[in-house]
Ligand binder design. Structure first.
Ligand SMILES: Cc1cc2nc3c(=O)[nH]c(=O)nc-3n(C[C@H](O)[C@H](O)[C@H](O)COP(=O)(O)O)c2cc1C
Length: 330
């Protein structure tokens, strides 16, 4: 049976990969993940603001550092609270590369053109096989239109792409007015892959202290459906590789992701809950399902449930929406 899958021009031994997270912080853990059958591993992100803070902290004359308009330092974690500083990050790429045979994907997190983009070529020099560029962004300025926001993101992608020879995947949020159109533009800007989708890590309100409360909650399977929809819509319409991230918790979720069109299914919460070896359990479920249906390769069924044969995906979505509402009986 052939579980190999193309992703960003690389050939992965399996469509199951580890998503950006602390799981790549520890070399021993990363080896366990590889031994459990992962096709690739994505490192946690190095952040645009973290890079500026780091540069300011090292400069003999901090006021002269070009920080591209980044002035909001009080709202960000202290430099020491980032778990890998930029130098440690580059060393971690080297160490992961020395320890693993599977591709190591480094993650750069920012959405505005600026000096931080230099780290893309440093990632490449340290040995990263690809870059995942996370465009996590929250647009709150009524004066800036969706086109303005997207233009900055597209320019960021162009700059990252033009500074490296390795492939670049772009990790997106779901909240665009026309995601399919934006993905098309990302492809033209040079993106080799699209990672569907960032979760929003929103602050809650602590009503006792009347303070914002920031706490990470792991994902749950309900988050999968939004990703499946968009994979099914994007898969026939883009030449970019597609990765699913968010809400994959068992073998059937993995299969659904591939049926919808994912080349790669990324796992984080499920491995943080059950440990890295759980990846082999998920791989076994995938194999068993393939054997039962006589599939010999991932390509035999990848994308078979995408909306390629659907003449009007928007009508299909509105139709499902109405069918689901009408099915409820009191
Ligand atoms: C502890 C933790 C740290 C994470 N760090 C990053 C990060 O640095 N960069 C990033 O793009 N995503 C990060 N993520 C998001 C994951 O890559 C993933 O997109 C998200 O957890 C949804 O996938 P899941 O349902 O498999 O957990 C993190 C997630 C967790 C749980």
């Amino acid at each position: 049976m052939d579980l190999s899958t193309p992703y960003l021009g690389l050939k992965l031994v399996s469509p199951l990969a580890v998503g950006a997270s602390p799981l790549a912080d520890d070399i021993h853990m990363a080896r366990q993940i590889q031994d459990a059958g992962a096709g690739a591993i994505v490192m946690r992100s190095l952040f645009e603001e973290q890079i500026y803070l780091d540069e300011i902290s090292r400069a003999p004359q901090p006021q002269l550092v070009a920080t591209d308009g980044f002035h909001e330092r009080a709202m960000f974690p202290a430099l020491a609270d980032y778990q890998l500083n930029p130098d440690q990050y580059l060393r971690q790429i080297e160490q992961l590369k020395a320890a693993l045979n599977i591709p190591v994907i480094a993650s750069l997190n920012g959405c505005r053109p600026g000096g931080w983009i230099d780290y893309a070529s440093r990632f490449e020099a340290a040995g990263a096989d690809a870059i995942e560029l996370n465009l996590y962004h929250f647009s709150t300025d009524p004066g800036s239109s969706s086109l303005d926001v997207e233009a900055e993101m597209l320019e960021t992608v162009r700059l990252v792409k033009s500074s490296v020879h390795i492939p670049v995947a772009v990790k997106l949020q779901p909240f665009y007015t026309s995601p399919a159109h934006f993905v098309q533009k990302l492809g033209r800007a040079g993106a080799d892959g699209i990672v569907v989708f960032n979760r929003f890590y929103q602050a809650d309100i602590d009503i006792a202290d009347q303070e914002p409360e920031t706490r990470l909650r792991l994902s749950d399977p309900a988050e999968l459906l939004l990703r499946l929809r968009w994979l099914a819509i994007l898969s026939p319409r883009t030449r970019c590789s597609l990765a699913l991230t968010g809400g994959v918790h068992d073998g059937s979720d993995v299969i659904k992701g591939i049926l919808a069109g994912a080349h790669v299914v990324q796992l984080v919460s499920v491995l943080l809950r059950h440990g890295p070896r759980f990846l082999s359990t998920l791989t076994e479920s995938l194999r068993k399902w393939m054997v039962e249906r006589g599939y010999e390769a991932i390509s035999d069924f990848r994308g078979s449930m995408n909306l390629d044969r659907c003449s009007d995906a928007a009508a299909f979505e509105r139709g499902s929406y109405q069918r689901i509402l009408q099915n409820w009986r009191v």
